[in-house]
Design a protein around this ligand. Structure first.
Ligand SMILES: [Zn+2]
Length: 298
């Protein structure tokens, strides 16, 4: 980064295991927002300004896979508001970081929160009680929003995402650099091993990658695509049974949906409680609200 102002603002997440933090970014249109407060609610610009300034979106608004008005997502460098066509100077950005509570993150989280600016509600920290299963489904949703199922690379990206979750302290970005294939190895007793451009996983770990790929792609048009090719739920279960996964994980028999339910229970870690910490960076929002108001008032 060339600008020192910008780097001072970065929230430093380098102390966290990679798989423990999820980042969300969303844009909010301030032209739409001021319009709601002044036209629809009938507030004077000055009142609207002080109300808007205090505002922090809900976690659902900040982390939704698909944004709803006045929020929107855009990959463009000069986006226009999809609702009112306002140009970039009317947009503010919220960056949100979700940290999964627990032993691997507690110390780093306390240190980070201590280091954040305290005045003017520039950065807000919210605590939410959740459970492992919900966190797992949210993780799947986020993953689905990130990968492009029409591009073969998603198979490796999904493998990397699952491994980052499974073993958060390993730098998987480095391990996946130059990687061309992920394979099962019955020779391996635990974990994984990289050999050139191939990554070998124990059968259990490999099967879990395949299950996650199935879960991510099952609702897509040509659904259920994995490192093992295209699979229906029945195909998947048959493979898991023959491969010894169901037995290794003590998954009892039942119909395919009962088995899927048990697989989800195992992969997600079940109903155990988790505390989630959302860190919402409001600094860009506060600045933009101020400059937009200055324009409004003149
Ligand atoms: Zn707008």
């Amino acid at each position: 980064m060339s600008s020192s102002k910008k780097s001072n603002r970065e929230i430093d997440l380098s102390d966290f295991p990679l798989g423990s933090v999820t980042e969300y970014a969303t844009l909010v249109c301030l032209a739409c927002t001021f319009d709601i407060f002044t036209t629809q609610l009938g507030l004077a610009p000055r009142t609207a300004y002080s109300e808007i300034r205090k505002y922090t979106p809900t976690i659902a608004e900040l982390s939704a896979p698909k944004a709803t008005p006045p929020f929107f997502d855009s990959e463009e460098t000069r986006p226009h508001c999809p609702y009112c066509n306002a140009a970039k100077r009317w947009h503010a950005r919220f960056d949100t970081f979700r940290i999964e509570g627990g032993k691997p993150t507690d110390a780093a989280r306390r240190k980070l929160i201590k280091s954040l600016p305290k005045t003017d509600n520039q950065v807000e920290v919210m605590e939410v009680k959740s459970d492992k299963r919900t966190v797992f489904f949210e993780w799947l949703d986020t993953l689905l929003g990130k990968v492009d199922l029409d591009d073969e690379a998603w198979l490796l990206e999904t493998a990397r995402a699952y491994l980052s979750r499974f073993e958060p302290t390993t730098d998987w970005t480095e391990i996946f650099a130059g990687l061309r294939a992920v394979r099962r190895s019955s020779r391996l007793l635990e974990g994984w091993e990289k050999d050139g451009s191939r990554l070998f996983l124990t059968p259990v770990l490999y099967n879990e990658v395949v299950i996650v790929q199935y879960l991510v792609s099952r609702s897509h048009v040509s659904g259920g695509r994995t490192l093992e090719g295209r699979l229906t739920l029945n195909d998947l279960i048959r493979r898991l049974r023959f491969g010894g996964y169901l037995e290794a994980k003590e998954i009892s028999s039942g119909d395919q949906f009962e088995i899927l339910e048990q697989l989800l229970e195992k992969l997600s870690g079940g109903s155990g409680k988790v505390k989630l910490y959302y860190i919402v960076d409001r600094r860009d929002f506060i600045e933009k609200v101020k400059s937009v108001y200055a324009r409004y008032a003149n």
